[in-house]
Design a protein around this ligand. Structure first.
Ligand SMILES: *[C@@H]1O[C@H](CO)[C@@H](O)[C@H](O)[C@H]1NC(C)=O
Ligand SMILES: *[C@@H]1O[C@H](CO)[C@@H](O)[C@H](O)[C@H]1NC(C)=O
Ligand SMILES: *[C@@H]1O[C@H](CO)[C@@H](O)[C@H](O)[C@H]1NC(C)=O
Ligand SMILES: *[C@@H]1O[C@H](CO)[C@@H](O)[C@H](O)[C@H]1NC(C)=O
Ligand SMILES: *[C@@H]1O[C@H](CO)[C@@H](O)[C@H](O)[C@H]1NC(C)=O
Length: 943
């Protein structure tokens, strides 16, 4: 491989001397590379005689530049064309001091201008040595001795211009003009100052956009240089090189097309229209080009304004076309995008916004094949007053996400934030202040980048009027925030740049989470599903809060003020059984893991718990039931008979399907509540309130009028363990029956409606007034025809669960009476048989030993255990039956797995639960297979 250096470099050798000799006339000094050619004219060229494009390898060519006896000498060697082999050398030698090398370069290291101290060197040799490489070399070099100006007027392509000066030289004031000019009328020069270090010197450019007649000092430089016509003038002034070896001046240049390369200063902001990027826009224009490069440099007059590139109406017409977009207007600006035809759809979705008021768009079309112009094809720029792209500096902890609410800007306002890939971004909201804006309208959408950089997916939408989550973490190092309404977020430094450790947002559901590391606080955000009726179900696979400052808190954010749903405080001994946490999916939740003390001795956070969330597309929290007459219904806590869910209260709104069905009879079959929880039912005729200390045996049957409300209140969330079964009850919707409430000395009664058509069942609950002593109920019944025991059941109890019927046989000669203060009367209606009854309450004279029933005289010594404790059979004719061992209180626990449990267990398994699914999937399956209590089984049990 042959490396060559092809360049239109201007090399000027300036030599100043004190001896005055006037040099006149032009001179072309040719060498045959055998003898030394001596330059003696004011300007001219250094030539190789019989110049052919091939310089012979291993040749040395010498020119002498003799300054002996001259004054104010200024030599230039201008290289218009130079093609040399990599090992060819160009040397400047001081002839007088034993040919000492002043400067030497090989290959591509040529400087543009070499300045030599006049008092030091009076005669120098220019020496070109070719290596043994057989390549085509080119040598077109000029020189001058009287003018300091350098002209490079034949520029055809990319190149460099450099100024080099000998730091040892004793130079006076140098004042030279460099003219760079392209030889094509259709081109402009685009240049970039690469090095500008000239020991206090200045450079003033002319015939360039923006910077004409602007003087730059060392340490400053123009962002870019674009010629107004075909040339750029640079006036360079400096004095004396110092000993600290300044690097000099170096310029890189290239060519762009004159008709479509412009610098545009924008003044409008937040308009719907866009400013077009100038490109060949007629077929005629395009047909005249085989390739083109268009540079559009945009700058807004206001520093704070940002510029965005809009690709919506743009498509490429040639397959090799490429757009380079820089975030700024200097060569070293950050690249915002390199857009190629095959990825234009990708870039259309990317927010291409500058971080300041400057944007650079270079359109390069190396091969024009298609020349068909679509008039509607436009690449545009928009100026926006707010939003933009923010890049975090290393070690920068935070920045402020702010909107100026005094500006009327175009919505949405879009901000993007980026940090390095080990970090993540977390927005810190003021959760106590609701967001401004109409409710039910999204005011902020927050996105994070997906796997592809700069392609964003929404993670949460926040509504006007809602309380935002305390924190919104991204799972990646890029975040986008879109404002659909203008309002202030006053919290300072509200975008935090933190190490990617333990914060996460559930991206899609199902999702799983386990904190890691040893942070004081880790959070997991579960974003709301706006307008959903569904429910989030959180499942903890294991839980272990060994220290007393280890806590897990779940807080709800949304339409209502933030509130804690769950607050678990250690120590909680490691457990594999924990109830599901059900949450209304219409709100957002943060699960905080807090550990005030976490050190090397502490349990790793990942050991504390793992949790997954699934979404159930139905409302498991609020049950809205419409009951039909005589269609009995079971009402029970979620997941019954397994641990009932915590989180949100479970609610029932129950009404009847027709207005004749006015009441429901409710009888409980099971009751087991966790500490602090309660169950309530409220209707206009009655209320039921059952506390955690209530037991089934003391739970009375009730009548509830339609519509009624029920709630399993689990708000008190501080007392683990949560191992209650909840409740199970049966509801009978009825169109006949009522409460009969007795008072002393007042007869109560009941009566069936005159017409019994369409009525199949009536239930009355008759209660005696409470007083210091037990009141029992005497009753008489009046029936058109006799009713058998199947048709009419009179329970001497406040619940039918006891199956304790009034034994009518005992009352053949006396008025029938209850032994308790309640009768539950069930009439399975025979339409031809009307029933009426009357009741009076009487004080009980004698209680059974158990104090629960009245020892009626009919009970005594009949060999029946009427009291329930055999106390009515004591002291009868000396005999005393020995009672059987007491039967334990009966609790009916169904062993079947109801539909809800099945749904929940299957969902995470088949919906791709991720990490948790892999870890606990088999255990869940095992659990489902067993189908009863929700314990997690070890792998060994299933495999
Ligand atoms: C250089 O110039 C001086 C003064 O004109 C002259 O005396 C001398 O011979 C020249 N040297 C050569 C090598 O031409
Ligand atoms: C240039 O010189 C180096 C060192 O002597 C040598 O390794 C290299 O091959 C040479 N390159 C060419 C193109 O001759
Ligand atoms: C300098 O080099 C040239 C060419 O190699 C030679 O002719 C001349 O004598 C040398 N001068 C001195 C002082 O060595
Ligand atoms: C820069 O200065 C030159 C010389 O003074 C003048 O001819 C030229 O018009 C000026 N250019 C601008 C853009 O002011
Ligand atoms: C092409 O662009 C030029 C410069 O912006 C404009 O004046 C001209 O109207 C455009 N022509 C078409 C056909 O769009």
């Amino acid at each position: 491989m042959t490396l060559t250096m092809r360049s239109s470099i201007a090399v000027s050798i300036i030599l100043t001397a004190f001896v005055a000799t006037i040099w006149c006339g032009d001179n072309d000094e040719a060498t045959d590379c055998k003898s030394i050619a001596t330059v003696d004219g004011d300007s001219g060229s250094l030539k190789i005689s019989n110049f052919s494009t091939t310089l012979i390898p291993n040749t040395i060519c010498l020119w002498r530049m003799n300054g002996t006896g001259k004054k104010d000498l200024k030599f230039h060697v201008d290289i218009e064309e130079l093609v040399l082999g990599v090992n060819d050398t160009l040397e400047i030698l001081d002839e007088k001091t034993q040919n000492k090398t002043i400067w030497k370069g090989t290959g591509s290291q040529w400087p543009g201008v070499i300045l030599l101290g006049g008092s030091k060197y009076s005669s120098v040799l220019v020496k070109l040595s070719t290596s043994d490489e057989k390549i085509s070399r080119e040598w077109d070099v000029g020189y001058a001795t009287t003018s300091p100006n350098v002209q490079l007027t034949n520029i055809e392509s990319t190149g460099r211009f450099a100024l080099y000066y000998d730091p040892d030289a004793d130079l006076g004031l140098i004042d030279l003009t460099v003219i760079l000019k392209t030889k094509y009328d259709s081109k402009k020069l685009l240049a970039n100052v690469e090095t500008f270090d000239m020991n206090g010197g200045t450079v003033t450019f002319d015939q360039v956009v923006k910077y004409s007649n602007t003087t730059f000092k060392t340490g400053t430089k123009p962002d870019f240089l674009l010629s107004t016509d075909q040339q750029i003038n640079a006036k360079i002034i400096f004095n004396k090189a110092s000993k600290d070896k300044p690097k000099g001046f170096q310029l890189h240049y290239e060519l762009v097309d004159a008709l479509c390369s412009v610098y545009t200063q924008l003044t409008d902001v937040d308009t719907t229209s866009m400013v077009n990027v100038l490109l060949p826009n007629t077929t005629q224009w395009l047909q005249s080009l085989s390739s083109y490069r268009c540079l559009n440099v945009f700058e807004h007059k206001t520093q704070e304004v940002k510029l965005s590139l809009n690709l919506e109406k743009f498509s490429f017409i040639n397959s090799a076309d490429m757009i380079t977009v820089l975030d700024g207007i200097s060569y070293d600006s950050r690249t915002l995008a390199v857009i190629e035809p095959q990825f234009v759809d990708f870039w259309r979705h990317v927010n291409l916004v500058s971080s300041a008021n400057k944007l650079w768009v270079l359109f390069n079309s190396p091969q024009v094949v298609n020349t068909t112009i679509e008039v509607t094809n436009q690449l545009g720029i928009k100026a926006q007053s707010q939003g933009g792209d923010y890049v975090f500096q290393p070690n920068q902890n935070a920045t402020s996400l702010k909107l100026d609410d005094k500006l009327k800007t175009l919505l949405p306002v879009v901000f993007t934030f980026e940090t390095d890939s080990q970090n993540q971004l977390v927005i810190d909201f003021d959760q106590t202040t609701p967001l401004t804006g109409k409710s039910n309208e999204t005011v902020i959408t927050i996105y994070e980048s997906s796997g592809l950089a700069s392609v964003f997916e929404p993670i949460i939408e926040l509504k006007g009027g809602s309380f935002p989550p305390d924190f919104v973490p991204s799972n990646t190092n890029q975040m986008k925030v879109e404002f659909h309404n203008i309002f202030k977020l006053d919290k300072p430094n509200n975008i935090m740049n933190v190490k990617k450790t333990c914060h996460s947002t559930a991206r899609g559901v199902p999702s799983s989470y386990s904190p890691s590391g040893c942070e004081e606080m880790c959070l997991w955000l579960i974003p709301a599903r706006n307008n959903s009726i569904g429910t989030y179900v959180l499942k903890f696979s294991h839980m272990n809060l060994p220290a007393k400052d280890d806590t897990i808190t779940i807080t709800q954010f949304g339409a209502d003020k933030p509130k804690d749903i769950l607050n678990l405080i250690g120590p909680i001994v490691e457990t594999n059984t924990f109830p599901d946490v059900i949450l209304d999916a219409n709100a957002s939740y943060i699960l905080y893991t807090k550990r005030e003390k976490c050190d090397a001795k502490s349990v790793d956070s990942s050991q504390l718990f793992a949790v997954s969330v699934v979404y159930i597309d139905s409302d498991l929290i609020t049950n809205s039931w419409v009951l039909k007459k005589d269609e009995n219904k079971t009402i029970e806590s979620l997941n019954y008979p397994n641990y009932y869910s915590i989180g949100n209260d479970e609610i029932w709104n129950v009404s009847s399907s027709d207005n004749k069905t006015t009441i429901a009879f409710i009888t409980f079959n099971d009751l087991s509540l966790n500490t602090g929880h309660f169950l309530e039912f409220k209707s206009s005729i009655s209320e039921i309130h059952l506390k955690d200390t209530d037991v089934l045996s003391q739970t009375a049957d009730s009548l509830l009028s339609f519509p009624f409300f029920g709630r399993l209140n689990v708000t008190d969330h501080s007392k683990a363990p949560y191992s209650g079964r909840g409740f199970n009850a049966t509801l009978w919707p009825l169109s006949c029956g009522e409460y009969v409430k007795l008072e002393p000395k007042k007869v109560g009664s009941l009566k069936t409606p005159d017409k019994l058509d369409g009525i199949s069942q009536c239930v009355w609950i008759v209660t005696a007034a409470k007083s210091d002593k037990l009141n029992v109920i005497e009753f008489t019944k009046n029936v058109t025809k006799d009713l058998d025991a199947k048709q009419l059941q009179i329970y001497d109890s406040n619940t039918i669960r006891d199956k304790k019927l009034v034994n009518m046989e005992l009352f053949t000669n006396t008025t029938p009476s209850s032994s308790t203060d309640t009768l539950v009367i069930i009439y399975n209606v025979d339409p031809k048989k009307n029933l009426s009854m009357s009741f009076t309450q009487t004080e009980c004279a004698n209680l059974c030993h158990n104090q629960k029933r009245c020892l009626l005289k009919e009970f005594s010594c009949n060999n029946l255990n009427d009291c329930g404790d055999w106390s009515d059979e004591l002291g009868c004719n000396g005999t005393q039956p020995s009672p059987p061992a007491p039967t334990p209180e009966q609790i009916v626990v169904h062993s079947g797995v109801n539909g809800w449990v099945v749904t929940l267990v299957i969902c995470p398994l088949f919906a791709g639960l991720g990490v948790l699914g892999t870890l606990y999937g088999p255990r869940l399956l095992g659990r489902f297979g067993r189908g009863r209590y929700r314990e997690f089984q070890d792998f060994s049990e299933v495999s």
